[in-house]
Ligand binder design. Structure first.
Ligand code: NAP
Length: 283
């Protein structure tokens, strides 16, 4: 089936506020070039109250869809006619597809990006074999917990500075999630198979995450959702201990794949060239 959209250049974008820091335009440009597509992926600074009008306008202008980042991830869910299982379970959407029939489909691809990055970065990691530890209980943690539970980890220990938020995730995701006090984070590592930082600690300009890995198994995988710097103090400490350390850039790159595939009908690869293209400005 063809429609008017087929005669236009391929259009998509990312809505957020702020948006200048987004790496997604660079990422999509690399894929357009790699696959020889005449496409444009635009950073769109949209204030929260303007989001519904902006989305309808972009749809009328022939966009195939948009990624949504802060502060639009919940509004993207609300505007959708249909919502994926992952977006519903996570309670937020980062990918909106504008269907040919005029309806909106909301998906959350952060969970996919997180688990793909982990599976590829830690080849041989066996999810069902041991509990996971999630440090942090914000939006990124929700996606990570959903992904880990789907992948089959027996349990996720969630530790957050504000304990009530960890408890809320336990209430939301059920008994395979355990809320533990932030002060107990070093002890909570014992026996875990994967340790995840989803706090903003360790990010450029923020203090490091203070975590002593001594009680963690050397076979455990350590991953950080922070990707600037690429090697956070946590990942450096894990490597120094001989553990597998997986950086957060891969999550960002893999989460973009489903949108590109749905909008432009190509499943794009995450390659060393793509990483290099997106690393500009990352320490
Ligand atoms: P968020 O919803 O604002 O959550 C921030 C988390 O960090 C909360 O758990 C917060 O704890 C914790 N935190 C902040 N300052 C802290 C401190 N001084 N001590 C202890 N905990 C602290 O943010 P988010 O969307 O989940 O994002 C979290 C991080 O993941 C960011 O660095 C973001 O860039 C990164 N991220 C990366 C990707 C990727 O593709 N790699 C995707 C999404 C997010 P409280 O609840 O106690 O405030």
């Amino acid at each position: 089936m063809t429609d008017e959209r087929d005669e236009r250049p391929l259009l998509a974008g990312v809505c957020g506020n702020p948006i200048a820091q987004s790496k997604s335009p660079r990422l999509f440009r690399h894929w357009f070039e790699t696959y020889g597509l005449a496409g444009h992926y635009v950073p769109l600074k949209v204030a929260a109250p303007d989001f519904p009008d902006a989305i309808r306008g972009l749809q009328k202008a022939g966009f195939r869809g948009v990624n949504c980042t802060i502060p639009h991830k919940i509004s993207a869910l609300e505007i959708a006619d249909e919502v994926s299982d992952s977006a519903r379970a996570i309670g937020a959407a980062n990918t909106l597809t504008f269907r040919r029939d005029g309806s909106f489909f909301a998906d959350n691809t952060d969970a996919f990006g997180f688990i793909e990055n982990l599976r590829i970065g830690a080849a041989g990691w066996d999810p069902p074999s041991a509990p996971a530890v999630m440090l942090g209980a914000g939006g990124a943690a929700r996606a990570g917990i959903f992904a880990l539970l789907e992948a089959g980890v027996p349990a996720v220990r969630v530790l957050n500075r504000t304990r009530e938020k960890a408890q809320k995730l336990r209430d939301h995701f059920g008994e395979r999630v355990e809320a533990i006090s932030w002060n107990e984070r070093n002890d909570a590592l014992a026996g875990s198979g994967v340790i995840v930082n989803s706090t903003s600690l360790g990010m450029l300009g923020n203090p490091p995450l203070e975590l002593v890995l001594a009680d963690a198994s050397k076979d455990a995988v350590v991953t950080d959702m922070v990707y600037n710097p690429l090697e956070t103090p946590l990942l450096a400490a894990a490597k120094a201990r001989g553990m597998i350390a997986v950086d957060g850039l891969g999550m960002l790159l893999h989460q973009a794949r489903p949108g590109f595939r749905t909008w432009f009908e190509i499943d794009p690869d995450v390659t060393a060239g793509l990483r290099a293209a997106c690393l500009e400005g990352v320490r």
